[in-house]
Design a protein around this ligand. Structure first.
Ligand SMILES: N[C@@H](CCC(=O)N[C@@H](CS)C(=O)NCC(=O)O)C(=O)O
Length: 279
């Protein structure tokens, strides 16, 4: 791993690292915030952030205002790029497919399957790397925004026991039922809609092996709310399955990082409380 950026921040350090990913077959960039406790040699729990469409590892660290809360709670925050990248990596001219739009799934279809294995990357390769190279414990949480909110929910649901906590901002809760998800899942997984359900939080809730409480914040003025996000589908699935969920509709807020930053403190409190509780 090679460090390519470092900035003092709230007594800790915001870093960006670059590494060769064996899962994705390309060079990946990942942002790592080390709180003051980690710089003093303490092992800290790790909160993974998954970004939305068009994002790199930069959007979250420059716009979400998370460093102050990570510093206060003594949490390492890891924010990877949202897809494999590079000249040899398959892409599409549209913003919602290909580079910047990995959807956190493991692709099975050409030309995507060679590099687009984002689920194994975020759930397996990245935690192993972080826990080897940084003063991290194996206590993990995961959260994200939009496509990354979908990624966080699905990653926690598919990997029981691996995360202590999960939350999301404006997630795509039912990708198999909305245009962004249908386009990406058809490309990456093919046309068998049964396969799509393995990557759809609303579908996975019914048979979840672990009932981690979900915290979901959603802006009511979000331009993608009615067509792409539809959080009520997740709430209904949770009610049917007896899965704990706190869905907070936030009047006046749109889909942007201004919204995310406004409720970031609450998400850190949610994850920090879970980290403090022994299982
Ligand atoms: N209107 C946007 C749609 C993509 C979008 O809204 N991306 C969200 C995540 S779904 C985002 O985080 N954008 C980057 C940012 O706001 O920094 C575009 O065409 O680029």
């Amino acid at each position: 791993m090679q460090r390519i950026e470092q900035h003092a921040s709230f007594g800790g350090r915001q870093e960006v690292w670059q590494h060769a990913s064996t899962t994705l077959n390309c060079t990946m960039k990942v942002a790592v915030y080390l709180p003051p406790a980690a710089l003093q040699g303490q092992r800290c729990p790790v909160l993974y952030w998954l970004s939305g469409l068009t994002c790199t590892e930069q959007n979250f660290i420059t716009k979400a205002g998370a460093q102050q809360y990570a510093a206060r709670h003594g949490i390492i925050v890891v924010a990877p790029d949202s897809s494999p990248r590079g000249e040899g990596v398959a892409d599409d001219p549209a913003y919602d497919l290909g580079q910047g739009a990995g959807f956190y799934v493991d692709a099975t279809q050409a030309p995507w399957a060679t590099h687009y294995q984002m689920q194994r990357y975020v759930a397996e390769e990245l935690p192993a790397l972080i826990e080897q190279h940084f003063p991290a414990t194996d206590v993990r949480g995961i959260f994200g925004h939009s496509m990354g909110g979908h990624g966080a929910l699905v990653t926690a649901l598919r990997n029981p026991g691996r995360y202590r906590s999960v939350s999301a901002f404006s997630p795509i809760v039912a990708p198999s039922q909305v245009p962004w998800g249908q386009k990406a899942l058809a490309a990456y997984l093919g046309n068998d809609r049964e396969q799509w359900l393995n990557w759809d939080a609303t579908a996975l809730i019914a048979t979840a092996k672990e009932r981690l409480p979900l915290l979901v914040d959603q802006g009511e003025a979000d331009e993608f709310l009615a067509e792409q996000l539809r959080p009520q589908l997740l709430q209904a699935a949770c009610e049917a399955a007896g899965h704990p969920i706190t869905l907070r509709m936030q009047p006046g807020y749109d889909h942007s990082y201004y919204f995310i930053a406004s409720f970031m403190e609450d998400h850190f409190a949610h994850h920090a409380a879970a980290f403090a509780n022994p299982r």
